[in-house]
Write a protein that binds this ligand. Structure first.
Ligand SMILES: Nc1ncnc2c1ncn2[C@@H]1O[C@H](COP(=O)(O)OP(=O)(O)OP(=O)(O)O)[C@@H](O)[C@H]1O
Length: 790
């Protein structure tokens, strides 16, 4: 059954909200694949293995419980093991005796325990942050750790392997009591100093007494302090908190709060999006705001001042004296080079991983940037004056991402409770990741027995190690040398001064890498063109100062993608000029209607709903965008930054995707990506969780863009970005604000776009057959939406 079909089977009653993803197509149960039950450590495992690792698993009816001797301690606990499918916590009755630790389904010990572990096999008992009040108990499956009187079974196959179980208690006090009791009875742990209170005083966590996070690297604490992530969030899913912190750090250097006290300018007030986050323009930006995670997608009101410039006159310099002078540009765009750069530019400054292909190097141009940090990258040469004489002014572009830094290192010498504690948190995080990955595996092989992951251990005299939360980052270097970039650029551009061929009319927008102008062709340059240009054509010209681009190869690649992506739903690249070695003009078709963001922000609510667009209008725009995406996906290109800002409309209501800065190419060798890209609020959970992903991240973002059209903004926009990342990672499919006012069709559509399990998320191909598109309006019905421009 196709996904659309699956989605269409969902009844009206299922949609109080976006609701559950359609049921996956029926597949053979993984547990049946090999004719055996699925792997689960709480399920029966071969008898000899139980004996070998000193574990008795009696679910299988393998015999009567061992004589457990006098009961030292008993009580109800939550339990889970680290088996492939064991991600559920179960209520169990725990009995600690002199020889065994045994878990029962109930407190009637006449029944068989579901798990019994010989204390002689327990090699470690420690607190873990996997859950609140939780301990990890590691047992060795290595017979050498058993007493010498053990059986003669071979140990070669799994010598040294370990398995973990996790036990969570109701209270902190209970936890310590269990820790102490177990510790005292495990022979392999004897001789080690008493574990009493060995971790609970300083650990990564939330201290309800002080209301703050403790045991974190300072920058994390700082970030959390300024975010809306609460102690409750931590308790619910500490691993997700660490995940998003890591995510943040990965892309924003160390996540340190900027030193700047520069307030947001008054222009910020013009941004409805920004004002949701910080309505007080004089307020000092929070670290998260200042680092640019907050979507800065104010609808830049395009200058209304048309500046007709007579033919034959020197075009570009004249614009210096037009109303679009520096001051006005400053006023109009809060993210103009004067007072901050649009987020994507900063993202271009992100340290990139080594690209594996030209398209691949279109690495994240996401918004985790610091619009207030100082420009660290020095232009290699003075930029030539721009058409608007911005060259000089632009030198002051203040925004650069902080250089990527490694995770903060704990002290190298001396004991560091923090580092040990953070290790526990890092371990919890890793565990969580592994569990999630396991959950994602469609067919975990029943025999797939994974050695229990080992929590970080530190020997007494061992120097404290890095917490290991942040993946070691390879030193990134540009994929191409400057000379290679210039040579490549020259091969895809016309190496001549384009000024005589265009008359600049007005500034149409400000991008991160440069300004976009509306211009008219007034002459045709010599040369061959894919599409014969005509005098009088209106075009968009994006003008970029190369020395200001931290990674020029991205621009080269962007041109390559655009050149190679001719489709009715993709903004058409026309030609590019290298005016000087430093001054690049990219000529594209002009989209008079502006971006979808502009339209959403300038459209009054329709009818009874708060939606600025009707469902038929939304269906039309989404279908067109989906067609453009399918075209890219068919070429194995992922856009990775689908959102309303990157969808443009023209006067004929044609809808086109733009901004190929994030594009990545999937190849046979590399059918999945793992780099984190996009803009936080539109990011798919698998991206936030740093998993491998594919084209379907664009489908998720398309779903979020659909919500933008329904609700004027993406989910969680009123949350700070760190919290938003946390919510994306933990909430899964976002909830709609007014589901009852929406058609079943649109909710079905959303359910197949915003399906957390990528396997059941629709492809663009499947989406194009979705019933939701049947309600799409004619292009003419979009005319009222374009009125705001005129
Ligand atoms: N082809 C076009 N036609 C009309 N307006 C455009 C066109 N391309 C861009 N614009 C306008 O210019 C603005 C900036 O576009 P640009 O693509 O440079 O932005 P960006 O994606 O933020 O930056 P960058 O691509 O440099 O990272 C857009 O928001 C849009 O309003």
């Amino acid at each position: 059954m196709s996904l659309s079909a699956a989605a269409n089977k969902i009844s009206e009653r299922d949609f109080q909200n976006i609701g559950p993803a359609p049921r996956p197509p029926a597949t053979t149960s993984p547990s049946k694949v090999n004719g055996t039950v699925g792997y689960n450590q709480t399920r029966p495992i071969p008898k000899f293995m139980n004996q070998r690792d000193g574990t008795r698993n009696l679910n299988s009816g393998m015999g009567a419980p061992q004589h457990i001797g006098s009961q030292a301690k008993v009580g109800w606990v939550s339990y889970k093991d680290d088996g492939l499918l064991s991600f559920i916590w179960q209520k169990r009755y725990l009995i600690l005796s002199d020889s065994y630790i045994s878990l029962y389904k109930n407190d009637k010990s006449i029944e068989e325990p579901i798990l019994q572990i010989a204390l002689t096999n327990i090699v470690s008992v420690s607190r873990t942050q996997l859950k609140q009040n939780c301990l990890e108990l590691i047992r060795s499956t290595d017979r050498s750790s058993l007493s010498s009187s053990s059986s003669n079974l071979s140990i070669s196959s799994d010598a040294g392997s370990k398995k973990s179980i996790y036990i969570a208690t109701k209270t902190e006090h209970d936890l310590h009591s269990w820790l102490d009791s177990i510790f005292a009875r495990c022979p392999l742990l004897s001789g080690v100093s008493s574990p009493t209170n060995f971790t609970h005083k300083v650990h990564v966590g939330f201290d309800p007494e002080t209301g703050s996070f403790v045991g974190m690297p300072t920058n994390w604490e700082n970030l959390l302090k300024h975010s809306r992530i609460t102690g409750e969030d931590w308790n619910n899913d500490s691993a997700a908190v660490i995940q998003v912190l890591q995510f943040y750090q990965e892309y924003n250097g160390n996540g340190k709060a900027p030193n700047t006290t520069k307030p947001l300018t008054n222009d910020s007030k013009n941004s409805s999006q920004t004002s949701l986050i910080n309505s007080d323009s004089s307020r000092k930006p929070s670290p998260l705001q200042a680092t640019g995670l907050v979507p800065q997608r104010q609808a830049p009101t395009p200058p209304r001042s048309k500046v007709p410039v007579g033919p034959g006159k020197p075009q570009l310099p004249r614009l210096n004296t037009t109303p679009l002078n520096n001051t006005q540009q400053h006023q109009r765009s809060p993210y103009s080079p004067v007072n901050g750069i649009p987020p994507r530019n900063a993202a271009r400054n992100t340290p990139y991983k080594q690209p594996t292909s030209p398209v691949d190097s279109f690495r994240p141009i996401h918004n985790m940037s610091n619009p207030y940090s100082r420009h660290e990258h020095q232009p290699s040469q003075s930029p030539s004056p721009s058409p608007l004489g911005q060259g000089k002014k632009d030198q002051g572009i203040p925004t650069r991402l902080q250089p990527q830094r490694m995770a903060p290192k704990p002290p190298v010498t001396g004991p560091s409770p923090n580092s040990a504690s953070v290790s526990a948190a890092a371990y919890a995080f890793k565990q969580k990741q592994q569990q999630q990955q396991q959950q994602q595996q469609p067919y975990p092989r029943p025999t797939e027995q994974r050695a229990a992951p080992q929590p970080p251990r530190q020997q007494e005299n061992e120097p404290k190690k890095d917490i290991g939360v942040t993946k070691p980052r390879k030193q990134t270097k540009p994929s191409m040398s400057n000379a290679e970039i210039m040579s490549k650029l020259k091969s895809v551009t016309i190496n001549t001064d384009p000024s005589p061929y265009f008359q600049m009319i007005e500034k149409a927008g400000q991008g991160a890498s440069g300004s976009v102008y509306l211009a008219e062709r007034i002459a045709i340059p010599p040369g061959e063109f894919d599409e014969t240009p005509e005098v009088g054509d209106k075009v968009a010209i994006k003008q970029m100062i190369l020395s200001k681009q931290p990674r020029k190869e991205l621009i080269v690649n962007e041109i390559l993608v655009m050149k190679d992506s001719r489709h009715k739903n993709i903004v058409n690249f026309l030609e590019a000029y290298l005016k000087t070695e430093d001054d690049l003009w990219v000529v594209m078709e002009f989209m008079e209607g502006g971006s979808l963001t502009d339209i959403i922000e300038n459209s009054p609510a329709t009818g009874s709903s708060s939606s600025p667009l009707t469902e038929p209008q939304i269906a039309y725009i989404v279908r067109e965008t989906c067609q453009g995406l399918k075209f890219l996906h068919d070429k194995h290109i992922i856009h990775r930054d689908i959102k309303s800002d990157n969808v443009l409309l023209d006067n004929n209501a044609r809808v086109k995707i733009t901004d190929f800065g994030f594009c990545a190419k999937l190849t046979d060798q590399r059918s999945k990506r793992a780099t984190m890209v996009g803009t936080p609020y539109w990011m798919a959970p698998e991206v936030v969780k740093q998993r491998e992903y594919d084209e379907k991240v664009d489908v998720w973002s398309l779903g979020i863009m659909t919500i933008e059209m329904l609700e004027s903004e993406p989910p969680y926009l009123n949350e700070d970005p760190l919290k938003a990342l946390y919510l994306i990672a933990t909430n899964g499919t976002p909830k709609l604000k007014n589901p009852e006012s929406l058609s079943l069709e649109i909710k079905r559509f959303l359910s197949v776009c915003l399906c957390v399990d990528v396997r059941y998320r629709a492809s663009t191909e499947e989406l194009l057959h979705h019933g939701f598109f049947d309600m799409a309006c004619e292009p003419s019905a979009l005319t009222p939406l374009l009125d705001w421009k005129n």
